[in-house]
Design a binder for this molecule. Structure first.
Ligand SMILES: NC(=O)c1ccc[n+]([C@@H]2O[C@H](COP(=O)([O-])OP(=O)(O)OC[C@H]3O[C@@H](n4cnc5c(N)ncnc54)[C@H](OP(=O)(O)O)[C@@H]3O)[C@@H](O)[C@H]2O)c1
Length: 307
């Protein structure tokens, strides 16, 4: 009998994961703040529960895939939350992208109760979640992670292990910083091409060949037109880059400051629900203006550009 899977949070990622667990014959228990979102999954066989605590008490392996630190804290620690329904037999996983501060606090809470906890953030976006081709970025007890392989097989193509609990999340923040930089870098390269009357379609195709890779392809696809549905929102990449900035602490990483500022500006212009790669379609004028205005702001260190 397959392990019983719980999913708390049915956004872009949680919905795709739940659908693939169902396809692979796992019993699936779900909860979402907005229950209507679960209708299609329920029609496919998922069992919708009223509170996260019930998901934890009914399932063997529980994935939390909500938005940010605030939502994650609420679904883990409220009286109706996951911790209230868990016991040391369950495997508890956070697959959201969260700050190091909060994930370490959650790890400590689980350790006090002798609960098995792993941080397993994801990469692969909407398509990866929908097609069962995610990459799992694991931190936690290696024996527990190894035992999860049959579970991973239903939703993922690759598994990376980074060490003790908390290491998966740390890697995820480093990864999203680099991915965001790559998307914004694609936009900057295209700006040069445009200014010099190059054939933009040809330049974009050549960039997909080299440097190439998934992120260049995503950047190219969104450069010429917006996509609906989105794969990952500008709102959440601002969140991830903000957590990466906290994690970097006193380190001087001006590229991180720049990319965060570009995404923050897009967010402040009401573009939070656009795809993160659509940032290159936004008015170049206001992005540039924002970078000039931000010179000297606290978030940009003065080491690189002395005032
Ligand atoms: N999309 C990607 O490409 C991708 C890839 C890797 C990792 N991630 C990470 O995975 C997580 C989910 O991303 P997503 O793209 O699936 O986001 P999403 O589509 O915006 O879904 C967000 C989920 O969080 C829930 N939520 C938001 N605020 C809440 C609150 N206060 N209390 C309880 N639930 C709340 C939402 O519930 P409602 O339906 O009620 O709003 C929804 O289920 C994020 O941490 C994101 O950074 C995303």
């Amino acid at each position: 009998m397959n392990l019983k899977i719980g999913i708390v949070g049915l956004g872009i990622m949680g919905r795709g994961m739940a659908a693939n667990f169902l396809k692979n014959g796992f019993p699936v228990y779900v909860w979402n703040r907005t229950p209507k979102v679960a209708e299609q999954l329920v029609a496919q066989g998922a069992i919708l529960l009223a509170i996260p605590k019930d998901v934890a008490s009914r399932a063997d392996v529980i994935f939390e895939v909500t938005a940010n630190d605030e939502s994650s804290r609420a679904v883990w620690t409220s009286p109706d939350g996951i911790l209230a329904g868990a016991n040391p037999m369950k495997i508890l996983i956070s697959s959201a992208t969260l700050s190091v501060r909060w994930i370490d606090e959650l790890i400590a809470l689980c350790a006090q109760k002798k609960f098995k906890f792993c941080d397993i953030p994801l990469t692969g976006g909407r398509v990866g979640a929908e097609t069962g081709a995610l990459t799992m970025l694991c931190g936690g007890d290696p024996t527990v992670i190894k035992g999860l392989q049959p579970v991973f097989d239903a939703i993922a193509k690759k598994v990376f292990y980074f060490g003790q609990a908390g290491r998966g999340m740390r890697y995820k923040l480093i990864l999203n910083f680099m991915q965001a930089l790559h998307i914004v870098g694609f936009g900057a390269a295209m700006k040069m091409a445009k200014a010099h009357d190059m054939d933009l379609e040809k330049v974009a195709e050549a960039l997909v060949d080299r440097p190439g890779g998934v992120i260049t392809q995503i950047a190219r696809n969104r450069y010429f037109k917006d996509t609906d549905p989105i794969t990952f929102s500008i709102e959440w990449i601002v969140k991830d880059l903000t957590y990466a900035k906290q994690y970097a602490g006193d380190l001087d990483i001006p590229l991180l400051d720049d990319v965060l500022e570009i995404y923050r500006t897009a967010l402040s212009h009401g573009k939070g629900q656009k795809d993160w790669a659509s940032v290159n379609r936004l008015e170049e004028k206001y992005l540039l203006q924002s970078l000039h205005e931000s010179e000297g702001r606290d978030c940009r260190t003065s080491k690189r550009r002395p005032q």
